[in-house]
Design a protein around this ligand. Sequence first.
Ligand code: CMP
Length: 138
Amino acid sequence: MSNRTFTMIKPDATGKGYTGAILDQIIKAGFTVKAMKWVRLTEEQAGLFYDIHRARPFFQELVDFMISGPIVAAILEKDNAVADFRELIGATNPANAAEGTIRKLYAANIGENAVHGSDSDENAIIEGDFFFSKLERF
Ligand code: CMP
């Protein structure tokens, strides 16, 4: 079990001014920020990040959304980080997310769902490496 996960606060949430509230909720839940940056992805970068979804019908919609504004990318640390973070953010579709979760509070729909959380320890490493060099993490 790894103690790190990767997250993005997505363009819907940064654009609506939810960045501070979401980070506050993450930190109050016991996660420590090990790396963080505020960036706007290019279409190529967003496509590469979501390469695993390239054949899915929502792929272009997902890419267009992810490049529509800035995001906050971060590596987070906590015991049982991947599972605990997915519990904190709630189901991918906010309609199915539990009360009090980040997606229930801040997400509009399955596409514009406020935050990303890695789904496995392996992907947490791949996704963190996509955004951060060794010099940018602590
Ligand atoms: P995320 O967990 O960041 O990673 C894949 C993303 O694809 C997911 O969040 C959703 O935002 C998006 N996604 C998944 N299913 C759909 C769908 N049916 N329609 C639009 N976007 C989707």
